[in-house]
Design a protein around this ligand. Structure first.
Ligand SMILES: NC(=O)c1ccc[n+]([C@@H]2O[C@H](COP(=O)([O-])OP(=O)(O)OC[C@H]3O[C@@H](n4cnc5c(N)ncnc54)[C@H](O)[C@@H]3O)[C@@H](O)[C@H]2O)c1
Ligand SMILES: *[C@@H]1O[C@H](CO)[C@@H](O)[C@H](O)[C@H]1NC(C)=O
Ligand SMILES: *[C@@H]1O[C@H](CO)[C@@H](O)[C@H](O)[C@H]1NC(C)=O
Ligand SMILES: *[C@@H]1O[C@H](CO)[C@@H](O)[C@H](O)[C@H]1NC(C)=O
Ligand SMILES: *[C@@H]1O[C@H](CO)[C@@H](O)[C@H](O)[C@H]1NC(C)=O
Length: 401
């Protein structure tokens, strides 16, 4: 997360070129899909009113996946489709990858399986229209901006795209009588708790706009659910890593966002020589080896928690769950696992602490284990190995395969 400096050595123009290529690919694909089949790609047309997406069908659960072009949302969509759900993705591609949607469309081309709608959740009119024209049974709300550092620089972007957009989604759900919501929250809503591990009872005192915006969205959802007989599941994820074991999807943040630095991205960039090495900030924390401890959860396991949450969601009930492994791993351990997974002797520079980082954050996942029969299956090493395979064969993310 925040304890590695991932400043890249590559030139600015390289990044601009990569962005230009990405945009070109996106535009080409937008055209193609628009010609082909998806009636609702850029705007919903009247023909969309009569397809499978617009009718409830017994035995078929139609899930609206917001942010389905993003890292976690695309993996969730893959699992839902594989499990015979019907999925509509709404994403405005501000951060996600059209390439991921394309992979999913190619895997599930049959009519009535997957629909992609390009829209901005901040646009209440557009969102309302989407709900009017489609018969959703449930919503998995992933769409958000999600970088702690960026949130301190641009707080309004966070309150707008997290809190305010969640309100828009809830209002549309209320208007169109969609009762089931699975919400993506985060351990950042806990701030710096005094006691470890973090349980669902740990008081929430977020310390940055990202955590605060998510906490506010949680509060809005909880208040609303009390009056509305909704089925709500709030999942608070810890640090998400990994990718599809079959190598169809991966994590591919925009080049301009990689500097925001999630630790796994930094590890792979260092292994590929895009950055000279890893900078570990702080070796004198009160932990076994002196470096910070975090809880790394595999994206496939996380998605499994969503499917189980959906299966257990009940009207008038709210479930709040931490989703983590329950096992903290230090930055030093992470770096060792990264070296092993990539086979690259990554250079590591140890620096002094950075203000604002806290020593230890890890979950106590017994509630989700007990109530949803869920537990993490992947080890850190396995997750990194799987993710590295995708990273190695997709040097330019979804832009160039
Ligand atoms: N990655 C993590 O470690 C982590 C940890 C805890 C919680 N989360 C939460 O999980 C969710 C998904 O995160 P991710 O890592 O997949 O992020 P991501 O950036 O890869 O995906 C977010 C997606 O939402 C879309 N989006 C954003 N604003 C939108 C808008 N206004 N309208 C339409 N689409 C919009 C983006 O285009 C992107 O495709 C987020 O809610 C995030 O806060 C992530
Ligand atoms: C899809 O389902 C099959 C069996 O039905 C399973 O073996 C496979 O792992 C699943 N893949 C995903 C990504 O869920
Ligand atoms: C996504 O939505 C935001 C929020 O209003 C908007 O400013 C932005 O232009 C949109 N991005 C794209 C690529 O359409
Ligand atoms: C978020 O909201 C801001 C307005 O506050 C907008 O400019 C931006 O494009 C939105 N989307 C993203 C992904 O930041
Ligand atoms: C819990 O999950 C395991 C596998 O993950 C399965 O074998 C078991 O039957 C499940 N138990 C219940 C009560 O559903």
């Amino acid at each position: 997360m925040d304890y590695l400096d991932t400043r890249r050595s590559s030139s600015h123009s390289g990044r601009i070129l990569a962005a230009a290529i990405l945009i070109t690919v996106c535009v080409i694909f937008l055209r193609q899909s628009n010609d082909r089949s998806s009636p609702s790609l850029l705007s919903t047309t009247s023909s969309a009113k009569y397809d499978q997406f617009s009718r409830h069908e017994p035995g078929v659960t139609h899930v609206l996946v917001t942010g389905g072009a993003g890292y976690i949302g695309s993996h969730a969509t893959l699992r839902l489709l594989n499990d015979s759900y019907r999925v509509t993705i709404v994403d405005n591609l501000s951060r996600g990858n059209l390439g991921a949607v394309k992979v999913l469309q190619e895997l599930f081309p049959e009519p009535g399986r997957l629909q992609f709608i390009y829209a901005d959740l901040g646009d209440a009119k557009a969102v309302n229209k989407i709900f009017a024209e489609n018969a959703f049974d449930a919503v998995m709300h992933f769409a958000a901006v999600a970088y702690v550092g960026e949130s301190t620089q641009e707080p309004l972007r966070y309150y707008h795209n997290i809190t305010s957009n969640t309100l828009v989604v809830l209002e549309a759900m209320a208007t169109h009588n969609v009762k089931t919501l699975i919400y993506s929250s985060t351990c950042a809503t806990y701030g710096e708790p005094e006691k470890m591990p973090i349980t669902e009872e740990t008081p929430q005192f977020p310390i940055n706009p990202y955590g605060k915006a998510k906490k506010m969205a949680e509060d809005i959802i909880l208040d609303f659910s009390k009056t509305n007989n909704m089925a709500v599941m709030i999942l608070r994820y810890f640090n998400v890593i990994g990718s599809d074991p079959e190598g169809r999807l991966g994590e591919a943040p925009r080049p301009e966002l990689r500097e925001q630095g999630r630790i796994s991205g930094a590890c792979f960039d260092a292994a590929r020589g895009i950055i000279p090495g890893l900078k570990v900030r702080g070796t004198d924390y009160n932990t076994a080896d002196g470096t910070c401890i975090r809880d790394y959860i595999d994206v496939t396991d996380l998605v499994d928690a969503h499917v189980k949450a959906l299966a257990h969601a009940k009207p008038g009930k709210v479930g709040i769950y931490n989703v983590g492994t329950g096992k903290g791993r230090s930055v030093k351990e992470f770096v060792e696992a990264c070296k092993k997974a990539t086979g690259v002797e990554i250079k590591v520079q140890f620096l002094s602490r950075r203000p604002g980082d806290y020593a230890e954050v890890f979950s106590y996942p017994s509630k989700i284990n007990r109530e949803l029969n869920w537990s993490a299956q992947h080890t850190l090493e396995e997750s990194l190995q799987i993710a590295w395979r995708w990273q190695k064969s997709h040097r330019n993310g979804y832009g160039e395969q």
